[in-house]
Write a protein that binds this ligand. Structure first.
Ligand code: 5RP
Length: 251
């Protein structure tokens, strides 16, 4: 994976004091350096990915990028891309993408991720798995020593019919990690429904997950689980913006 151009040096580079949004935008701009004309692009979901989509829209408008075609990972991103005039396609028409760029909720030292706090994990995983390269954009608050370590949600998408069964089974599966499982709800108390008409059970861990691969396999065995937010061994590179600079990590 080679960049089209570098807006800044690939090495860590000092940046002036920025807000968290400023850091997200910095990481996003850096990731767009990897976008080249003619690519089929996976467009991520979330506040960091939104900066990526904005930037791509701007470069298409200015003519610096041409013939980009995007596959959005959510209805939200689809709307944003359409409003910016980014041409869109589907995974059926383009089952192999050149590059996907997306945010993450957690990044561990092996560049494994937790994703899906924004609820788009299923389409994100499909699009990112179908992509030759997957670049992740985060601010430094997303770095953890072990997945599940942020004490924030690790989502599991489940079919509506058996959400309670999965909630009970998931909590039991990870009881040694002090796991609490909760159905994701909206502000009005009604269940959050994903773009694929499923529910989300969020897992909160007291202790980080030691064996991500094993955990993913066990979760996947449950009847009615559609997808989980562990994105293991998928990232080609992670771009991290922090107070001391922007860093590109790859395996
Ligand atoms: C959505 C995601 C997002 O990429 C993740 O939640 C990060 O979002 P943000 O950039 O807003 O922090 O996985 O399903």
């Amino acid at each position: 994976l080679k960049p089209r151009a570098f807006s800044t040096s690939i090495r860590a580079q000092a940046v002036p004091a920025l807000t968290q949004d400023g850091l997200k935008k910095l990481a996003a701009d850096k990731a767009v350096d990897y976008v080249k004309s003619g690519m089929v692009l996976g467009l991520g979901t979330g506040s960091t990915a939104a900066f990526v989509v904005d930037k791509i829209g701007g470069l298409l408008k200015s003519g610096e990028l041409k013939d980009i075609i995007g596959i959005p990972t959510s209805k939200r991103t689809e709307e944003q891309a359409r409003s910016l005039g980014i041409p869109l396609t589907t995974l059926d028409d383009h089952p192999l993408l050149d590059l996907a760029i997306d945010g993450a909720d957690e990044v561990d030292p092996g560049l494994n991720l937790v994703k899906g706090r924004g609820g788009a994990l299923l389409r994100e995983k499909m699009v990112e798995a179908a992509s030759k390269s997957f670049v992740v954009v985060v601010d430094e608050s997303k770095l953890v020593s072990g997945l599940g370590g942020s004490k924030l949600a690790m989502p599991v998408e489940v079919v509506q019919f058996c959400w309670k069964y999965n909630l009970v089974r998931l909590q039991d599966m990870f009881k040694e990690l002090g796991c609490e499982a909760k159905l994701r709800v909206n502000a009005d108390g009604k269940p959050y429904v994903t773009d694929n008409f499923n529910y989300i059970v969020d897992l909160y861990f007291e202790t980080p997950i030691k064996d991500g691969l094993g955990a993913g396999k066990e979760i996947g065995k449950l009847e009615g689980v559609v997808e989980h937010g562990l994105f293991l061994d998928m990232a080609t590179a992670v771009i991290i913006a922090g107070k001391t600079g922007v860093e590109v990590k790859s395996k």
